[in-house]
Design a protein around this ligand. Sequence first.
Ligand SMILES: [Zn+2]
Length: 210
Amino acid sequence: MRAYLLPCLLLLPLTAFAADDHDHHAHDHAHSHEHAHEHEHEHEHEHGALGAHEHGAAELDVALENNELTLALDSPAVNFLGFEHAPGTPEEQGKAADVRMMLERPLEWLGLAEAAGCEVIEQSIQGQAIGLGHPGYGERSAQPAAEQDGHSDLEASYRLKCQAPDALDGLDLRALFAKYSGLERLQVQFVGPDGQAGAELTPSQPRLSF
Ligand SMILES: [Zn+2]
């Protein structure tokens, strides 16, 4: 219990800020404020634009404030793994380890300008399909039993400190799309000192400029 409660709590501030920047989330945002203290485990209900767990689609919320870059990735596990249950066979465990390693090394796939000098100072990674036992869709009782079975998400949040944030000019996720063909589109929302930007990134358009 304790082992995964902590990462859940770490995600809450990111989730709250991420909802600030799109109007159609106004309701969700209010909800998360009212109930965050009672329902820490349900934060994924409030997270992000899709919420609906659509295979092939994922979302990434990004914010830059002073020299800190925060990111929150939320994706159906199948996009990266090809399955969504806890890994069983040696092959599944190998894939899970690979994806876990990818999520643990965001600087290798975010495509940030090297001149910005960013390093990860905090991260939280969850997903039962990569052996980090967070409850998946199966425990979301609002859905009919037939629809809950076997679905789960991967969630990762990061806090980066950048020595030269002015050098940050965008994200380039081509390496991620190239490696994981199950990822078809990624909805990115960015909030920074000059305002906000949003884009749906795809294998043929993997870049968002800040
Ligand atoms: Zn699914």
